[in-house]
Design a protein around this ligand. Structure first.
Ligand code: SAM
Length: 292
């Protein structure tokens, strides 16, 4: 569709209005339709930027899917459509994903004006490892969904970034401490890019947040990698497996899975243990058909 329009996801400030990307101003003034979560809030932003939008329409978490038909009509007629949210990058814990899917499925182009996102801002100033990280967004609020997600977060070895509301921040830090331990490093960023921006760095058991107020991002250090099993540990585990009557190969497979060591390493140790047990006269229960 050469003359068709495209959907443009436009990032907006997460606090400081000076962070509106210059290209965002250009795009918002040029498109046929601006979809937003809240027309009053986006109206204020546009006014601040001196932009006169041709048409505003609401695409929030309830209306995003219903808005798709209108967006497609505009694109098919050759107009461009912009999507903004109340703050930050659309589609990041915000509406956007469903509209993007629908527009792609209908065969139209999607692009973005990149800009602020609270998770990236918090991550890069956290002081925690940034080379590998996971963005978890908001945790489920309660029940087994929350417990299961907390367990996944606790086991994650990469840095984890979470969004949280002020009235739940203390409980979330306490829940994280319960599953990760008090010693896990954490940085809690509050009111990023705003007048009262603060970052508290420490451990889950030691940080003091003060009165919960404003918007929060939690950046959690990853779980430490399990200590590598030593050859002595592997040999002891192999002995126990051989005592249970496993073959050399079965013992190697069993120990490799249990201790997280390579199959080849476990097998070599199992062969050596069977041989030295035999020469030391230690009886090993008969193994299955894969015996030796
Ligand atoms: N789309 C946004 C983005 O790109 O970051 C996120 C929207 S989500 C509905 C709102 C959450 O983002 C807040 O509850 C808070 O966890 C985080 N957030 C947004 N702005 C923030 C700020 N200035 N400081 C700290 N956290 C912020």
């Amino acid at each position: 569709m050469p003359d068709a329009g495209s959907l443009v996801l436009v990032a907006t400030p997460i606090g400081n209005l000076g962070d509106l990307p210059p290209r965002a101003i250009e795009v918002l003034g040029a498109v046929e339709l601006v979809c937003c979560e809240d027309t009053r809030r986006t109206g204020r932003l546009l006014q601040h930027a001196g932009v006169h939008a041709r048409r505003l329409a609401v695409a929030n978490e309830h209306t995003e899917t219903a808005r798709l038909a209108e967006v497609i009509d505009v694109l098919a007629a050759g107009g461009d459509v912009a999507l903004v949210t109340d703050a930050g990058t659309p589609g990041i814990s915000d509406p956007g994903e469903r509209l993007v899917h629908g527009v792609i499925d209908a065969g139209f182009a999607v692009s973005a004006v990149p800009g602020p996102a609270a998770f990236v801002t918090a991550l890069v100033i956290s002081g925690l490892p940034t080379s590998r990280f996971v963005m978890e967004g908001f945790l489920p609020r309660s029940g087994s969904a929350r417990r299961e997600r907390l367990a996944e977060v606790a086991a994650e070895q990469r840095t984890v970034v979470l969004y949280e509301a002020p009235h739940r921040i203390e409980r979330t830090i306490a829940d994280l401490a319960a599953v990760c331990g008090d010693d896990r490093p954490v940085a809690v960023a509050r009111e990023l890019t705003k007048l009262y921006e603060t970052v508290v760095r420490g451990t889950l058991g030691s940080i003091t947040l003060g009165e919960p107020r404003g918007e929060y991002v939690v950046v959690l250090g990853g779980a430490p990698a399990a200590a590598a099993a030593s050859p002595t540990d592997v040999a002891a585990a192999v002995d126990r497996a051989l005592d249970r009557g496993l073959s050399t190969k079965e013992a190697a497979t069993d120990v490799s899975a249990a201790l997280g060591v390579g199959r080849r390493e476990a097998y070599d140790i199992a062969v050596a243990r069977r041989r030295s047990r035999r020469s030391a006269g230690i009886s090993t229960p008969a193994a299955g058909k894969n015996g030796a």
